[in-house]
Design a protein around this ligand. Structure first.
Ligand code: FES
Length: 63
């Protein structure tokens, strides 16, 4: 059995399957992919989704 929520060290939270994610403004977003990546660094331009920005952050700013 594989987890349906996975925290990636220094990166996003992966959600497997359908979930409803509320962003910081309370707006709800429903996942539409088999695996969705939720930003944990707070720097993505596509929040609540990860856009890969965490990869260019200094280590101390990564989640
Ligand atoms: S975790 Fe990937 S952009 Fe924030």
């Amino acid at each position: 059995m594989s987890a349906d929520v996975v925290l990636c060290p220094g990166g996003p939270m992966l959600l497997r399957g359908t979930h409803v994610v509320a962003d910081e403004d309370g707006v709800e977003h429903t996942t539409s992919r088999p695996v969705s990546a939720v930003c944990r660094c707070g720097r993505s331009a596509a929040r609540p989704w990860c856009d890969g920005t965490h990869k260019v952050l200094p280590e101390e700013l990564r989640p």
